[in-house]
Design a binder for this molecule. Structure first.
Ligand code: ZN
Length: 346
């Protein structure tokens, strides 16, 4: 048995103890003193779900001082880049992004993929384990296009309710939900949007809510719709997500790293910015393991695969922390350890 000791993130939160791996499985998760010398100490978590990415733009150099609209809006720098780049170049960027995410302890990432069915196909081939939400590119609602996207993608997304006519977003969301697939959308990023129209689309989650007000957050909590927050990306555009208020409103928050051209896939870095905003807003870190680890896994997996427990695949991440606390994890500059053990004979 190979042991890791420290703070273990289980289904029910953090416990002081150890994890034992044997024959490709998590064999033991216990509180208390580790029975043998551990291979590493720190905060032991299952692979994290990066709640929001756009991995196709990883090779784009972002011009200084550019606005949100100029960069990612219609006919913006990013859209031109994706149109003009050959698929091979995009594919290479996606593969590099995925490798870096893996090293940083990320098990999968939920990517908002542009470019219709072809866009989703390119990502599925480059990174088979990505969780892909594809975006239709037709101007009129076209169920055939959505079927084509769903051959490669796990669900459908739209950039925002104000980017397309309401009947279009309603038809797209309705089709995805009726197909039993996930639907998600950016919401209230740079400016506040109408929460009732957004929630009427039955989204599985919303991304950003950086410009949302308390009543919007309460509506999300009431309807049990998680919020994926990307604090580093928000900061880049001069936005301050109301993270302390999200905690007060009992929102389910998931961290995401957003555009690869802006932020590397590193959940610890994202958590540092999350903490920095929380400090400014007089909020605390009590929900950090939910936002970093558990809530993203809840979105994608059944209850047996949320926190670390015996029977899971032996695939863990150890986040260094000199004192075993979340604060120690955020302060640490030591490398994250990703450890995978395969079954004998594999
Ligand atoms: Zn996004």
């Amino acid at each position: 048995m190979i042991y890791f000791s420290g703070t273990v993130i289980t289904q029910d939160g953090a416990v002081e103890g150890y994890v034992g791996l044997e024959d490709g499985m998590v064999a033991e998760v216990s509180e208390g003193i580790c029975p043998a010398e551990p291979l590493a100490r720190g905060i032991i978590v299952p692979p994290m779900v990066n709640g929001h990415t756009h991995c196709a733009d990883s090779d784009l150099t972002v011009p200084n001082g550019i606005s949100l609209c100029e960069l990612v809006g219609p006919d913006g720098v990013k859209e031109k880049y994706l149109k003009e780049s050959i698929p091979e170049k995009i594919t290479e960027g996606m593969k590099r992004f995925s490798k870096l995410a893996h090293i940083n302890g990320i098990g999968t990432f939920i990517d908002f993929r542009e470019g219709g069915a072809e866009g989703s196909m390119i990502l599925r081939r480059a990174v088979p384990g990505a969780f892909i939400l594809g975006r239709p590119s037709s101007e009129e609602f076209d169920p055939n296009e959505l079927d084509d996207i769903l051959r490669y993608a796990d669900g459908i997304q739209l950039s925002g309710i104000n980017d397309v006519p309401a009947p279009y977003s309603e038809a797209v969301a309705d089709y995805a939900v009726r197909s039993g697939k996930m639907f998600a959308i950016h919401a209230s990023e740079g400016s506040r949007e109408d929460i009732d129209s957004i929630l009427a689309l039955s989204p599985s989650f919303l991304v950003h809510m950086a410009s949302a007000e308390r009543s919007d957050l309460l509506r999300c909590a009431d309807e049990d719709v998680p919020i994926v927050s990307c604090p580093r990306s928000n900061k880049f555009f001069g936005l301050t997500p109301p993270l302390a208020m999200m905690n007060e409103c009992n929102n389910t928050v998931i961290l995401g790293t957003d555009n690869a051209m802006l932020c590397n896939p590193d959940m610890r870095e994202e958590a540092r910015q999350y903490f920095s905003f929380l400090m400014d807003q007089k909020g605390g870190l009590e929900n950090i393991w939910g936002a970093m680890v558990l809530n993203g896994r809840k979105l994608l997996y059944d209850w047996k695969r949320i926190g670390l427990r015996p029977g899971m695949d032996a695939d863990i991440t150890v986040l260094p922390s000199e004192d075993g606390t979340a604060g120690g994890m955020l302060r640490s500059s030591e490398r994250v350890l990703r450890y995978r053990q395969t079954k004998k004979g594999d």
